[in-house]
Design a protein around this ligand. Structure first.
Ligand SMILES: Cc1cc2nc3c(=O)[nH]c(=O)nc-3n(C[C@H](O)[C@H](O)[C@H](O)COP(=O)(O)OP(=O)(O)OC[C@H]3O[C@@H](n4cnc5c(N)ncnc54)[C@H](O)[C@@H]3O)c2cc1C
Length: 440
């Protein structure tokens, strides 16, 4: 194991976790990151001298990320959400999503909050769910079909679709019910209705809370990078252009240098993996994260607003979500938009963001005093969608000296990325030593 040379390409969370995993058993690791800093989608932006999260800003309170946080000595900095209220705003209706929903499906479509979004007509249609036999449509995996057939198109279009788009960046047709809400089909059969199933599941399983770190989740990437730097050679500004295996070892090239390695871990985004490995993988779409510092007071539509129409930006007020942001931003109200399909032109992107934020927040003016734009790749989430390129990974397993990790193959989300990267790096290490993959 000592003396085994490993090159990790990409220094996002996947690459950092994988590098740590192989370096801590004594392998000789070089991590090559194209950007001038590691972290990838877990990165900060500087607004008027304060660092805030540009990309990921939360993680589940329990699981692989929490374990990593603990390992890196950051447990005392974990902070809870101040509010996770989500508003849904469309041309015909606007209001907060009721608390008693799963994936936007209401336990009670008659509640005042549900009716504000779907109207009396939508509530009467959703009520049919209680009257229809549970098995008329059989076991339904497709969220859109399940919701529209049982509760109608208003619940689908005004509650479920905006949530799927806002949270996961996908249409409800792409969401697999059993993955996204395990147990809901069985509860439907048990209780006789979809609304009843939502009510039963909410009572049985408290939802996993999301938490953050005081000072931002980017501190996790920084602490991890620090840890990895003590064990491995971390190079930034090193964009890998190719990696080939000559039968004995890998040759990994940047424009200026070449590295030889026994094992290779590719931890880039899809576009770069396609280029490096000639993989035939389509690039993931890019989103622009626009952060605005404004002089307006926090509006009632807070802290998060999702549009009914799609694709359109989602809006959040980080200071209303996290106490530390409120304190740091002082007299400013921060507004953060995630803009799908952004214009190439930065000015146009910001102008679109300001216009959308004004309309979604229902304010007359934002009074922007500073702004930043960060472009990031956004992969589909494996936690709710059926297949996330699992077949691509099978192709890579033909080389025992290679691991391919990252959100494009594991599915977006820190929990998926961290757990998957750790497992794949361990499997690679195991193959290198024992010549096979451990049985799970
Ligand atoms: C706007 C946004 C908000 C999000 N919010 C959350 C959240 O709140 N919670 C959550 O759990 N998840 C969130 N996610 C998802 C999560 O951030 C990602 O799934 C995760 O960080 C991806 O990590 P990664 O290492 O797979 O990829 P990346 O972070 O994309 O890292 C890939 C790295 O590879 C480098 N690279 C690319 N090409 C090369 C090359 N040729 N040579 C060398 N290096 C290269 C890149 O520069 C980059 O640093 C969010 C994602 C986005 C886009």
């Amino acid at each position: 194991m000592q003396g085994t040379r490993v090159v990790v390409v990409g220094g996002g969370m996947a690459g950092l976790v994988a590098a740590r995993q192989v370096a801590k058993v004594g392998m000789s690791v070089t991590l090559l990151e194209a950007a001038d800093t590691v972290g990838g989608c877990v990165r900060s932006v500087d607004i008027e001298g304060v660092l805030y999260d540009a990309g990921a800003d939360r993680f589940p309170a329990e699981g692989a990320v929490r374990e990593l946080v603990r390992d890196l000595g950051l447990d005392d900095d974990i902070v809870p959400l101040r509010s996770d209220r989500t508003w849904i705003v469309g041309q015909k209706a606007a209001g907060p999503l009721p608390a008693d929903t799963i994936l936007g499906i209401p336990a009670n479509p008659w509640s005042v909050e549900s009716r504000r979004l779907i109207g009396w007509r939508g509530a009467w249609r959703a009520f049919l769910d209680r009257l229809r036999p549970p098995l008329t449509i059989g076991h339904q995996h497709n969220l859109a079909t399940l919701v529209s057939s049982r509760m109608g198109d208003r619940v689908l279009g005004r509650m479920v679709a905006p949530l799927a788009a806002g949270l996961f960046g996908v249409a409800p047709e792409e969401v697999d019910v059993d993955k996204a809400a395990p147990g809901i089909s069985a509860a439907l059969t048990r209780t006789g209705s979809l609304g009843g199933a939502v009510g039963a599941l909410l009572g049985e399983n408290p939802r996993t809370a999301h938490v953050s770190l005081r000072g931002g989740v980017h501190r996790l990437a920084a602490a991890l990078a620090n840890d990895v730097s003590a064990l491995a050679d971390v190079r930034v500004g090193a964009q890998v252009t190719s990696a080939t295996h000559d039968g004995a070892q890998w040759r990994v090239r940047t424009v200026e240098e070449e590295w030889e390695a026994d094992l290779l871990i590719v931890a880039t985004d899809a576009a770069a993996a396609d280029h490096i490995l000639a993989a035939g993988v389509p690039a993931d779409p890019e989103v622009a994260v626009v952060t605005l510092a404004t002089l307006m007071p926090p509006p009632p539509r807070s802290p998060r607003v999702f549009p009914m129409a799609w694709p359109a930006p989602t809006v959040a007020l980080p200071g209303e979500e996290w106490e530390w942001v409120k304190q740091e931003s002082g007299t400013r109200t921060l507004v953060r938009l995630i803009v799908p399909e952004p214009s190439e032109d930065e000015f146009a992107t910001v102008a679109q963001a300001v216009e959308q934020a004004t309309s979604l927040l229902g304010v007359s003016e934002l009074e922007v005093v500073a702004h930043t734009v960060t472009r990031l790749p956004r992969a589909a989430p494996s936690s709710v969608t059926e297949t996330v390129r699992g077949d691509e990974r099978e192709r890579w397993k033909t080389s025992p000296h290679l691991a391919v990790v990252g959100q494009w193959i594991a599915g977006s989300g820190l929990e998926q990325v961290v757990a998957d990267s750790r497992a794949e790096a361990d499997a690679l290490r195991h193959r290198a030593i024992w010549g096979n993959t451990p049985q799970s």
